[in-house]
Write a protein that binds this ligand. Structure first.
Ligand SMILES: [Zn+2]
Length: 122
């Protein structure tokens, strides 16, 4: 596995630099850009890609940690007794604030408790 987004960013720098080098009279917001600046961009892109490849494990672990934190922030729990649903992050100890029952994961809850599903539909 490689951090594809970061590699693409480096490639974009290289391609942008190559465009500046090869297209005469290139301007950014009306300011002319020299081919030397294009070369600098290519250089930065190559350094960036090298950095990303050398640190790919660390970068992937960081990305996974961020994803995990986002998942955790959206995780729902439900009270099997009174049906109260909450974000897990908002309930310390995962006890129902209404009836003190231990909360369960909402995901798959009605598969584990099909009887509760029927009661709700009645
Ligand atoms: Zn409850």
């Amino acid at each position: 596995m490689i951090p594809a987004k970061q590699i693409l960013l480096g490639l974009a720098l290289v391609v942008g630099g190559a465009l500046i080098v090869n297209v005469p009279g290139w301007t950014v917001y009306g300011i002319p850009v020299s081919s030397g600046q294009g070369m600098l961009l290519i250089f930065a892109g190559v350094i960036w890609i090298g950095y990303v490849l050398l640190n790919r494990k660390k970068i992937l672990i960081q990305e996974e940690t961020v994803k995990e934190a986002k998942r955790e922030a959206k995780r729902f729990v439900i009270c099997p007794r009174c049906g109260e649903t909450k974000y897990a992050k908002d309930v310390p100890g995962l006890k129902c604030p209404k009836c003190e029952t231990a909360l369960e994961e909402l995901e798959g809850f009605y598969d584990r408790h099909p009887n509760l599903k029927l009661e709700e539909n009645d």
